[in-house]
Design a protein around this ligand. Structure first.
Ligand code: PRT
Length: 109
């Protein structure tokens, strides 16, 4: 748990609230208005920057890039009208099986 109890759900709420902000003042409003293609491109860039930071071994860079990545993922999910809850439910379903067992069951199908 972090110091303040801030969670991804809180960030999801902030993103939803910023949807009505002026795009001149709000990066979130700009991204939401830009549509799924541009926001996804930004998400992809943040993913690449996260990979580069991970490989560099610089923990502070990776922390910062991972934060950018999670924020932009939540923006894309908002545009797609998929609540964070749906992703958490999907992840929860997966807790009943190991990743290796799940991959093996895919190969059989
Ligand atoms: N968590 C974030 C957040 N993380 C990253 N960003 C913005 O995402 C943008 C990323 O742009 P760039 O790709 O140009 O930045 P970069 O990848 O660091 O830079 P380059 O090296 O690629 O040039 C920057 O403007 C960041 O400020 C964020 N913008 C907003 N939030 C949250 O959303 C709230 C509302 O923000 P606004 O909507 O801007 O009011 C904020 O208070 C935060 O809680």
């Amino acid at each position: 748990m972090n110091k303040t109890g801030f969670s991804l759900t809180d960030l999801e709420t902030i993103i939803a609230e910023r949807a009505t902000a002026s795009p001149e003042e709000s990066w979130t409003a700009q991204l939401l208005a830009s549509g799924v293609e541009r926001a996804s491109k930004k998400l992809g860039e943040e993913a690449v920057e996260t990979v580069i930071a991970a490989v560099s071994g610089k923990k502070s860079d990776l922390t910062s890039e991972a934060a950018d990545l999670l924020y932009h993922l939540l923006v894309v999910l908002k545009i797609a009208d998929i609540p964070l809850r749906a992703i958490l439910e999907e992840l929860e379903k997966r807790t009943t099986k190991s990743g290796i067992a799940e991959k093996a069951s895919r190969k059989q199908n």
